[in-house]
Design a binder for this molecule. Structure first.
Ligand SMILES: *Cc1c(COP(=O)(O)O)cnc(C)c1O
Length: 447
């Protein structure tokens, strides 16, 4: 990889952690910021470059979270920063629904060419992943004239009203925030590690969901099936091979819009451009956000022209959707991903991770599974000897890593998954240091 860094790529904890400036900010925050927004780190960021987060007290942490799979090209990628500054000097906003501009069109063209499916496509842009998901459902409903929407166990699709309903996990995402939107149905996922019958194939798992859809809803009533090709918040669950293609095929047979929520897995993260590419599925609509714009808020949907064009003029949009500064960042981000072949870099990270942690797994039965694709990789922790989730151990490992200066996020329906989402511009030396810290934490705390 051909990247240079402003900040020395070294882990460094100076004195108490969190330091005094972070403690002071935490006290100010408690009196000003709503308690409902929680942060993983007890320290406040001052500067971020490559794989390093520098906090306000000068500590340097290795970032294995990328702000939840967002800063794939780095949080201060020079090419992205330059594009942002240049666009901001001309105009920061006109509203595409008022005065349209060229870069929005260029990004729609670009997405049509890099997303799976060799058919005519259209795209439209929004601000958040949730908003993209909401709009994909709007399109599916108007195009099919149907209302029912199918989502899966362990799914995460966002925090707005409709997407809360699509998201599986009650606490902290839904509990107490109802009423939730109607006409949402939840189907069994393919979760190889937790299948009752460990030999069930992807196709059989798909047939299980299909039978339930036929019996509980009826194929001709379903507007959309939405699924993350690799589930994110739900635990980095990779469905068994054959599951996604069969569900997509059944959707097609029944005139159902198949939506791949690629908000987390998309844009080089999975080792392919999109996780849908891995099993060569061609979703009717793909939702994108997170990694798309090097940290600038931008999301979108891209899909079959006939579906997206079935919406009346004025039916889609939003004041800030496809903001020109965010779009400029996205174009530069995609260019950087292409030039540096970041999907290949993600596959290298996958290899390193699997080599090290499958070896460790044989010595530590608490590591129930090593899984994931590309630089979207995870360890599921269980009580030794079985499959009972061990959320306490997971939390303790993440805390130990943080104390050593490595930012590790957790996820999963049962809170027992450590997930790694390093920026793809991280260097090998820094990555190895971070993996050493994770391995030591496991050796110290697991059985
Ligand atoms: C993060 C995420 C969302 C929601 O995106 P926001 O930008 O937080 O609204 C939707 N789907 C998936 C798969 C996600 O990972």
């Amino acid at each position: 990889m051909d990247v240079s860094y402003r900040i020395e790529q070294k882990r460094k904890i100076n004195g108490p952690f969190p330091g005094p400036k972070s403690e002071e900010l935490a006290a100010r925050r408690a009196k000003a910021v709503a308690a409902g927004v929680a942060s993983s780190l007890p320290v406040y960021a001052a500067d971020v470059d490559g794989g390093i987060i520098v906090d306000v007290d000068g500590n340097q942490l290795i970032d294995l979270g990328s702000g939840i799979a967002v800063t794939t090209v780095g949080a201060s990628n020079p090419a992205v920063a330059k594009a942002v500054a240049e666009q901001a000097q001309h105009f920061t906003h006109t509203c595409f629904m008022v005065a349209p501009y060229e870069n929005y069109v260029a990004l729609a063209e670009k997405l049509a060419s890099i997303t799976p499916g060799d058919f005519e496509k259209r795209a439209v842009f929004f601000n958040s992943g949730s908003e993209a998901v909401e709009n994909a459902i709007k399109v599916a409903r108007i195009a099919t004239g149907r209302q029912a929407v199918v989502a899966f166990d362990h799914a995460y699709h966002g925090r707005t009203n409709l997407t809360m309903g699509l998201t599986a996990k009650a606490a902290p995402y839904k509990r107490g925030f109802g009423p939730l939107a109607p006409e949402i149905y939840r189907m069994p996922m393919s979760y190889p590690f937790r299948e009752e019958n460990p030999n069930i194939s992807g196709k059989e798992a798909a047939e299980r969901a299909i039978l339930a859809m036929e019996k509980q809803i009826g194929g001709d009533q379903i507007a959309a099936i939405i699924i993350e090709p690799i589930q994110g918040e739900g635990g980095f669950i990779v469905p068994a091979t054959g599951f996604l293609p069969r569900v997509a095929e059944w959707a097609k047979e029944n005139g159902i819009v198949f939506i791949a929520d690629e908000v987390q897995a998309g844009f080089a993260r999975s080792g392919a451009w999109f996780a849908s590419d891995i099993e060569q599925i061609e979703p009717d609509i793909i939702t994108v956000a997170k990694g798309i714009a090097g940290g600038m808020p931008l999301s979108g949907i891209v899909g079959r022209a006939d579906l997206l064009d079935s919406v009346h003029g004025g039916g889609l949009g939003g004041t800030y959707g496809g903001n020109p500064v965010a779009v400029a960042a996205a174009l530069e981000t995609i260019k950087f991903m292409e030039e540096q072949d970041l999907p290949a870099r993600a596959r290298e990270i996958e290899e390193k991770f699997f080599a090290r942690f499958t070896a460790l797994q044989s010595a530590f039965p608490a590591i129930g599974e090593v899984r994931g694709r590309g630089a979207m990789i995870a360890l599921e922790f269980v009580k030794a000897g079985g499959k009972e989730p061990d959320a306490d151990l997971t939390k303790a490992i993440a805390a130990e890593c943080l104390a050593q200066g490595v930012v590790i996020l957790t996820c999963g329906t049962y809170g027992n998954v450590v997930r790694l989402l390093p920026p793809l511009v991280i260097g090998d030396e820094l990555l190895n240091d971070a993996l050493d810290v994770l391995e030591s934490a496991i050796r110290k705390l697991a059985s």
